[in-house]
Design a protein around this ligand. Structure first.
Ligand code: M6R
Length: 588
């Protein structure tokens, strides 16, 4: 996944593009580049490293001009180096492209263009795009038609912004990867995501697959297959630019953890009509599948317990990438609920598209309005968590849990009860964070040098153990694994020895049995950290979390999110940008 932006207006493009690309860094941060059309033509600056590093070396704002494109990369095709960074230019230096996605047939196109005399300098798939556009222009096509023809030929999922030196216009197009158009007064923005330009305008057009937007003095949107102009609705975004800024916090991760008191409440504030519609789908279905990846998958696992306990309903939970293997159980009576923060995760999109091919009904629980998932599903429930910038999912997880809890209760006509439960729980978040913050800093200091860490929980706390392990490993690089309490003794116990930390996620309901598992690890020398509503003499370190019954998973994850954050700080790592990761994974 990468972040792409384009600007056409009357202001200094390099300043706007630099700000925009900074706000898209969550999408990738291994290299960055910018191209601006100035008096002497298109000038490109690019290099490996994150925005600050490359900007300190290249001074992007020295670029003069009021039209340009920029890119922040998460490498897929071609290693991380200066040459492979975007933008990429055509051989005649007049066509410039930034790209997010994959051109699946680039080898074939490259061969074709090489036979026509074109040279390639990078290892990327992207470089075929500006050269194909140049090829068509050399053969008499206009810039717009050349782009149209190129887009019809390339295969795969992509979002591109293409700038022409001779025409002084930019074109943005998408198929499968996100691209939004921002409309200001006398200026236009193209970006992978709204926060890139939300400081400048709140008017947004969500481009659909196979559409391209031409930005000249005005904007026009066309279908690039048929050439027909599409007149699209302008949406007003309902969150402020401030929400996409760090504000008083040092990192987005800490900010987003702290926002949960508010975001859980917001997630619970769903319209009763919408929840009723979703509930009818759930109760009317013969087979419900919950699908997601990573953290969102853990929310689905948690929901399967909640549905079982509250609605006495079995729901199937699958990793979105494994969904296709269940094709024989899909029909028009099946409901697929896709859970995703970004709404752009390729595996989730693939699962939903597959479900639709089999006639299934589809419902999404999603955070990003206008995302691909929202356009695929027949019904969407927004999490209302506001922009989540840190690569780690924190507030989106608790919002997903909140929405899924609402649905489970609504399935047995107890919507109001669920809402009350969630509002109560939300009200406890700030005190919880204040009470445990210092202890978690201390704990992080104790744990920062360990190699392995285990988390155990039973029942509702089991998915929390899975999610907790993911949080710790992705940001602190400590190997962490989550287990159902009873499962450790079936093999992994061999790894427990003197001083190995085991986090026990305990609840009133699970205490009697989990205590057995805690004693088992203690007998092998484990250092046991209890996350519980009551202390226990077995705990070597205790973090008190108020009991919340069915909503235990919502509160229980917060100490682990904070621990993961402080572990990253203790190890001198940037919690917002863990290595090798991108916020949404748009490749399968
Ligand atoms: O945007 P999505 O919720 O579909 O993303 C799914 C996963 O990629 C995501 O939850 C990932 O596991 C997070 N980085 C975990 O913190």
């Amino acid at each position: 996944m990468c972040g792409i932006v384009g600007y056409k207006g009357f202001k200094k493009a390099s300043k706007i593009l630099l700000d925009s690309v900074r706000r898209l860094e969550y999408r990738g941060y291994d290299s960055v580049g910018m191209a601006v059309l100035g008096e002497s033509g298109i000038i490109v600056k690019k290099g490996a490293g994150n925005v600050d590093k490359v900007n300190n070396e290249l001074f992007f704002e020295e670029l003069e001009g009021s039209i340009g494109v920029a890119h922040t990369r998460w490498a897929t095709t071609g290693e991380v180096n200066n040459v492979n960074s975007h933008p990429h230019l055509s051989n005649n230096n007049k066509i410039c492209v930034v790209h997010n996605g994959i051109v699946e047939n680039y080898q074939e196109i490259k061969k074709f263009l090489e036979n026509k005399g074109f040279c390639f300098i990078s290892q990327t798939d992207t470089e075929v795009i500006p050269n194909y556009v140049q090829y068509f222009i050399d053969n008499g096509e206009s810039f717009e038609d050349a782009v149209k023809k190129t887009l019809r030929i390339i295969k795969g999922s992509f979002a591109v912004v293409i700038m022409s030196e001779d025409d002084g216009i930019i074109i943005g197009a998408r198929r499968g990867s996100p691209l939004v158009l921002g409309i200001g007064f006398g200026e236009f923005f193209l970006a992978s995501d709204v926060p890139a330009f939300s400081e400048c305008t709140d008017k947004v057009v969500y481009l659909d697959d196979d559409e391209f937007a031409v930005l000249g003095d005005d904007y026009h949107i066309y279908d690039f297959n048929t050439g027909r102009e599409n007149f699209k609705k302008i949406n007003i975004i309902n969150w402020s630019f401030e929400q996409a800024k760090k504000g008083e916090y040092e990192h987005f991760m800490l900010k987003e953890i702290n926002e949960q008191g508010n975001t859980i409440k917001k997630a619970a504030e769903q319209s009763i009509e919408l929840i009723r519609e979703a509930t009818d789908l759930i109760n009317g279905a013969c087979g419900v599948f919950l699908v997601g990846c990573g953290t969102s998958y853990h929310a689905c696992v948690s929901a399967s317990y909640i549905f079982s306990k509250i609605a006495k309903k079995h729901v199937n939970v699958l990793l979105a990438s494994e969904f296709r293997n269940y094709e024989h159980f899909l029909s028009s009576n099946t409901l697929v609920i896709a859970v995703s923060q970004s709404g752009e995760t390729a595996d989730v999109i693939d699962a939903v598209s597959f479900a639709k091919k089999h006639g299934c009904r589809t419902l999404s629980i999603v955070n990003v309005m206008g995302s691909t998932l929202t356009r695929l599903c027949s019904l969407n429930i927004m999490m209302n968590a506001g922009p989540e910038i840190c690569v780690l999912s924190t507030k989106s997880y608790t919002s997903q849990l909140a929405v899924l809890t609402l649905l489970a209760y609504s399935a047995v006509d107890k919507f109001k009860q669920a809402k009350k439960l969630l509002v109560d729980v939300a009200g406890k978040v700030n005190d919880l964070i204040n009470n445990i913050n210092d202890d978690l800093k201390l704990l992080a200091g104790k744990l920062k040098r360990v190699n392995d860490l285990f988390l155990i929980g039973r029942d509702l706390a089991y998915p929390s153990a899975l999610e907790g392990a993911l949080k710790i490993k992705e940001v602190s690089y400590i190997h962490a694994e989550g287990f159902a309490g009873a499962e450790l003794k079936h093999g992994t116990m061999a790894l427990i020895q003197d001083g190995v930390p085991v986090i026990a996620l305990n609840t009133r309901g699970t205490n009697d049995l989990l205590v057995n598992n805690i004693m088992e690890v203690k007998a092998r020398g484990a250092f046991v950290i209890g996350i519980d509503s009551r202390n226990n003499e077995l705990y070597d370190f205790f973090i008190k979390v108020p009991g919340a019954d069915i909503a235990d998973p919502v509160l229980m994850i917060i100490p682990i999110q904070l621990l993961a954050y402080y572990l990253a700080l203790a190890k001198n790592l940037n919690p917002d940008q863990p290595r090798n990761l991108a916020k949404s994974v748009t490749v399968k």
